[in-house]
Design a protein around this ligand. Structure first.
Ligand SMILES: *[C@@H]1O[C@H](CO)[C@@H](O)[C@H](O)[C@H]1NC(C)=O
Ligand SMILES: *[C@@H]1O[C@H](CO)[C@@H](O)[C@H](O)[C@H]1NC(C)=O
Ligand SMILES: *[C@@H]1O[C@H](CO)[C@@H](O)[C@H](O)[C@H]1NC(C)=O
Ligand SMILES: *[C@@H]1O[C@H](CO)[C@@H](O)[C@H](O)[C@H]1NC(C)=O
Ligand SMILES: *[C@@H]1O[C@H](CO)[C@@H](O)[C@H](O)[C@H]1NC(C)=O
Ligand SMILES: *[C@@H]1O[C@H](CO)[C@@H](O)[C@H](O)[C@H]1NC(C)=O
Ligand SMILES: *[C@@H]1O[C@H](CO)[C@@H](O)[C@H](O)[C@H]1NC(C)=O
Length: 734
């Protein structure tokens, strides 16, 4: 009896339990079908696994990655959080193909059909679809979800503009589109009168500051492409608590009312180009606990409420040009902020102009310098012509820019001796720096196609500007194989030590890893100094530039290249694929090798990455001799002034040079570039011509060593110098 009573009450409570839960748990069949369709559209992500025909969607357990709430047999909240990466974490897809295997949904996904299905959930109040790899432009039909209060579709690959229809949501409180690929201008969002939270950060949206409703409590516009001023309407934002507009290119002054808005708690204005001085009278709201104005162009002193960190207010002000009254030691000289602030004006223009203005300044300076040189040159010429008339001698060039090392060391002509350790010259370069991806993107304007300089052997080269205004080149290497971060780090250390005045130096690097495998590097960016005066090929083909390159300049350039190669070889860097286009000249016509072997180790875990690269080549012994051959080709072009395009050009010119050397001095003279005739001592030219021919020996083991070549060149320089003084050329005294 007792047993029966217990059993009965158990059954009763079970029945009651079912009764209580049953009504709310019944989703209308149409919405059940929609959920299956969503599962299918999202390509069966892990978070939606295990659904079957008996799944009761309204009573699924809630988790941070899946929430389905129902009311009156309809879905009111749908939250699905996947584990796919977002654009800010991985490299961006190309404009032509937004679908990336493993990162986004497949090529077959249609965002338009997907939202057509989603918008049939007409009772939805909260919709979050995060990190699901959704790609494509956001369709305007999203506005059909007219009871929506929260829309969070962050961390996907949604591209194109924000549809203006988004401003028609009457009840929307929170709009989160962060970390997508949305671009173009931001539609007027004033219509969203209920909006309290706006987060469209990490999208290349801009350049105009969006027009916003003044009920907002939290605004996040971080890492976008805003280039305007901070609008004065902020004064009406009486509920604003958190404002983050950092990492844009905002210009102009910081409005002083910002710090005393009635509800303000946190302001982040870091990494912009905000300029001017904050008025001493600025007051701060008592609840303002965080202010970051670092990395701007602010001058003067901070107002007292920001001048020092108090107990309940953290202020970050480094990397401005503030005077000593700040809490931070890291301030730039005020000239920097003045110059940069000038360069970003006028404020409404786009950033491209900023570089033009800078370029203009630089050009102005160059023009001025050239003008002064020209005036001096004319004076010198007048004096020289007078002297020349008296002497009636053969014309020779008027200025000598011998490599300083060459001019001041006195080579032992008969003892073949070249110093093995290169002189350490102060290179005037900033210390080596490990860059962040953000800095690289910043420098290259997010890899703007306009900044793409070249594409050589799977590496793109971009032009860029660092925050201090210096021009750089960024070389982007995609890693095809897997490397351990350690071996890559080791390799980068070797590269970081390669500094020589005849090499374009590496200023730093940035290693990017795969989002899903943080231990596997996917790309390496190498930041190089930019040598602005053009390539040796340019100088030999442009007739005006060619005239400047007389024989003494040419030997000096050839010496520089050889010294650069010697440095590379003693550092173990061989197989450099040297090309005349990659020999750059700086303003003083000193040559720098710009493209040397920065390739990566080809074996995982090999002891020294550079040796690894070495041993992977079958003919490893002779790769230094390949460099010698390529040097020979460059020398051939410098002597003859004829562009060498094909291998047959090389054989042809080499043969002609051999014949001329064998026959007579006048024949050799005829083969040389017109611009150098009359400026060389025959013996000097002959020495270089001979070494050039040995460099071009088909038998790689018969090619001379780099030391041998340097020795011959120094000899050539000495002969030439002797000839200059004996022929009484005044100008050598420059
Ligand atoms: C649900 O049932 C239908 C028809 O009975 C069947 O085709 C389908 O595969 C089932 N779906 C699931 C997820 O089990
Ligand atoms: C885009 O990428 C996918 C997958 O990698 C490929 O199948 C497709 O052909 C590509 N489409 C275009 C237009 O390049
Ligand atoms: C958007 O949704 C994701 C996942 O639920 C959440 O982590 C994130 O905080 C949300 N963003 C905002 C700004 O509420
Ligand atoms: C936005 O991005 C797309 C694809 O990357 C591009 O075609 C379009 O021109 C961009 N629009 C703007 C306004 O930059
Ligand atoms: C500061 O914040 C607290 C709690 O966050 C609030 O109660 C107080 O009213 C605020 N002070 C002012 C002056 O708004
Ligand atoms: C630093 O700022 C405080 C507060 O604004 C001011 O009283 C003080 O005179 C300033 N000190 C210097 C050295 O300018
Ligand atoms: C997502 O989860 C699946 C299954 O757990 C896993 O195979 C995949 O690597 C994860 N993706 C990422 C980007 O973490």
């Amino acid at each position: 009896m007792e047993v029966f009573r217990i059993g009965y009450s158990f059954l009763l409570s079970l029945f009651l339990l079912l009764l209580v839960h049953a009504p709310s748990a019944q989703l209308v069949p149409a919405e059940t079908r929609i959920l299956y369709r969503v599962q299918q559209f999202l390509e069966y992500p892990d978070v939606l696994k295990g659904w079957n025909n008996w799944t009761n969607f309204c009573s699924l357990p809630q988790s941070p990655s899946l929430v389905i709430l129902c009311s009156g047999n309809h879905i009111t909240e749908l939250t699905i959080v996947g584990n796919k990466s977002s654009p800010s974490k991985v490299s961006k897809p190309s404009a032509a193909n937004f679908s990336i295997p493993q990162r986004t949904l497949s090529q077959g996904f249609s965002i338009d059909s997907f939202f057509t299905v989603i918008t049939k959930l007409s009772n939805l109040k909260r919709l979050s679809l995060v990190s699901l790899g959704i790609w494509g432009p956001l369709p305007a039909k999203v506005d059909r979800l007219d009871s929506l209060e929260v829309l969070n579709i962050s961390s996907n690959f949604i591209q194109g503009g924000i549809p203006p229809e988004i401003a028609t949501f009457k009840n929307l409180k929170s709009l989160v589109l962060a970390d997508n690929l949305l671009n173009g201008s931001i539609p007027d969002l004033k219509g969203l009168s209920q909006l309290e939270e706006l987060d469209i950060s990490n999208n290349p949206l801009g350049p105009k500051f969006p027009s916003l409703g003044n009920n907002l409590v939290r605004i996040n516009l971080r890492s976008m492409a805003l280039r305007s001023q901070i609008p004065p309407d902020f004064i009406k934002f009486s509920r604003l608590q958190i404002l983050d507009i950092s990492s844009n290119k905002l210009q102009g002054p910081i409005p002083s009312f910002l710090f005393s808005l009635p509800s303000i708690e946190s302001i982040n204005l870091a990494k912009n180009q905000l300029s001017g001085e904050l008025r001493a009278s600025v007051s701060c709201h008592e609840n303002l606990t965080f202010v970051d104005v670092s990395n701007n162009l602010l001058i003067g002193m901070l107002p007292s409420c920001l001048a020092s960190n108090s107990k309940n207010r953290k202020v970050i002000d480094s990397f401005n040009c503030l005077s000593k009254n700040t809490s931070s030691k890291y301030q730039r000289p005020s000239s920097f902020c003045h110059k940069e602030a000038l360069a970003v004006q006028p404020p409404t223009r786009k950033q491209k102009e900023r570089t033009t203005v800078k370029l203009g300044l630089v050009l102005g300076v160059i023009v001025a310098v050239v003008a002064i040189i020209a005036v001096l040159g004319v004076l010198v010429l007048v004096v020289y012509r007078r002297l020349e008339r008296n002497r009636a001698k053969e014309y020779k060039c008027e200025s000598f820019v011998f490599d300083k090392n060459a001019a001041h060391t006195s080579p032992v002509v008969h003892g073949r001796h070249v110093p093995r350790t290169m002189r350490i010259v102060s290179l005037n370069l900033p210390p080596y720096h490990v860059f962040t991806l953000e800095e690289i993107e910043d420098a290259t304007d997010n890899f703007d196609a306009a900044n793409l300089v070249a594409e050589v052997s799977q590496a793109q080269i971009y032009r860029g500007w660092l925050r201090d205004g210096s021009a750089v080149l960024v070389r982007c290497l995609k890693l095809k194989q897997k490397y351990s971060p350690q071996s890559l780090q080791q390799h980068m250390e070797v590269i970081s030590r390669l500094r020589h005045r005849h090499l374009v130096s590496v200023l730093g690097h940035c290693i990017v890893t795969y989002q899903d495998h943080p231990n596997t590097p996917s790309k390496v960016f190498i930041v190089l100094e930019n040598v602005a005066n053009g390539s040796l090929r340019d100088h030999l083909t442009d007739w005006r530039k060619r005239e400047v390159l007389k024989w003494p300049q040419r030997i000096s350039i050839m010496m520089s290249i050889a010294k650069g190669i010697q440095y590379l070889h003693t550092s173990g860097v061989i197989g450099n694929d040297l090309k005349i286009e990659n020999i750059l000249l700086d303003e003083s016509l000193s040559a720098k090798i710009s493209s040397y072997n920065l390739s990566l180790p080809s074996k995982v875990g090999s002891e020294s990455p550079l040796n690894g690269q070495d041993s992977s080549l079958s003919s490893s012994k002779n790769t230094d001799k390949d460099d010698i051959y390529q040097l020979g080709v460059i020398l051939l072009e410098v002597i003859t002034g004829r562009p060498i395009i094909s291998p047959s050009d090389i054989d042809d010119l080499k043969l002609q040079l051999e014949i001329c050397l064998a026959e007579s001095p006048s024949k050799l003279k005829d083969l040389t570039d017109l611009s150098i005739r009359g400026t060389f001592a025959y013996e000097s030219l002959k020495t270089v011509a001979q070494i050039t021919i040995s460099c071009l020996n088909k038998e790689s083991s018969s090619r001379p060593s780099i030391e041998d070549i340097l020795w011959h060149m120094q000899y050539s320089v000495q002969v030439q110098e002797g000839w200059n003084t004996s022929s009484g050329n005044l100008a050598t005294k420059f």
